[in-house]
Design a protein around this ligand. Sequence first.
Ligand code: NAD
Length: 498
Amino acid sequence: MAEATPLRPRMLINGELVEASDGKTFTVYNPATRDISAQGKSPTPPESLHTVPEASADDTNAAVAAAKAAFPAWEAMGPAKRAVYLKRLAALLREHKDELARLDAIAMGMPVSTHHFAESCARHFEYFAEAWATVQGQASVNTPGYVTMTLRQPYGVVALIIPWNVPCHFLGTKSAPALITGNTVVLKSSEKAPLAVARIAELVKEAGFPPGVFNILSGHGLPSGQILSRHMDVRALSFTGSSRTGKLIQEEAARTNLKKVILELGGKSPALIFEDADLDKAVAQTQFSIQSNSGQVCMANSRIYVQKSVAAQFVAAFKQQFAANTRPGDPLDRATNHGPQADETQYRTVLAYIEDGKAAGGTLALGGHGQLERTNGFFVEPTVFLDAPETARITKEEVFGPVVVINTFDTEAEAVAKANDTEFGLYAAVYTRDVNRAMRVARALESGYVGINCTSPLTGHDLPFGGYKSSGQGREGLLYSMNNFLETKSVIMQIDEA
Ligand code: NAD
């Protein structure tokens, strides 16, 4: 991989790449080595370059003000002209995809071998650059003496708050549909993974977006995220992150201007394996689901329920494959497919859940250890719990690590009841060769997404994505996301009869 120019992380406010107005910064450490990462591999970067700007209240307000000022001209430009900027950015993202992968690797540990998200970000900008013509209102003459119609129009300033686990992907899925529909954007990256997004801020400037149209902040939830949530000039907010933060954002929106809020939140996704399933396929796919991105995936199948008659066979194969297919190491090494947890907090949280699972009576069948002493990085072994109580935190709460609970069931009704006994509802999978059972179970599962003989992270490109229950509200997707950023206005016009 070509060595990239050292990054100097800055924010993009009103078309300028800037430091925080009060000079505050935070440091990003490489979770695989605990070295300072904000400058990548540069051996002795100047001290001032070790840091990422922490957006202040003034910076956040300035970004919103810039977006508000830029809105009328951006809306008036029309989608075909707006599309030119999106396409330019897509080309730049593709050109710099290796560099973006490397920046995510040193910030949050995603192996470069598994990072296809700059590409997916580029694809979203390209897709939405072409999709604008599908934005249409309706018209009717059903009211005698009148023509009635609906107009679809942008909200104005929209805020986008993204998590750290797949930053490039969420930047694309949210900002491309918001921008093409004529909104102006203030996006805040996660404090755990701000580097690739800071590089994208440079690319946005290079793509020539008019000042204020696309603003990018870095920093923590407080103050910047909270200010966006309660800002009176932000008219819609799309958030991906934890259910806890989603609730806080919803509260702030309700207390202030009732801005539209779209929430893509956490999960505790079940996979149900019936005795007639193709067990080899079920093992391989469920294992990949919980190993991918070191288990830091909202839809990872972190609970597996296996019919008792095939449980021993399934568990033996699952343990063998989970251990054999996990190749931990330097995320910058293309042979690595398993990175560390994103930071020390995530690492300690995962280990605490493992201790809790043991204390609750679960049987540790594989792994269960942190590797900090041995590797100097926040690696966690692939971990399997058997027979953890259904009420244990390890079975009920999102761990966000390479940790799976495998429990058993006797009947279809029991499997569905256990799968649904959760506040989450993001993705569920069912493995069976019985098509009637597959459809019965798919219908009964309380989940925004169901895989039949397949599981996450697989998704259909044109399907909506989003959660039931505390996994969120609203849906995102190629055919759905523009809707999130468009108001509907009804217009009724009287026609004078001749
Ligand atoms: P998080 O909620 O801690 O942080 C997400 C973002 O919110 C960050 O940018 C953070 O700075 C910001 N934030 C924190 N506090 C805030 C506040 N009070 N007001 C406004 N913004 C605030 O989540 P995370 O740890 O970054 O991401 C992991 C979570 O995201 C997991 O729960 C995972 O399941 C979820 N997730 C969901 C999806 C989905 O599509 N449903 C996808 C990926 C991740």
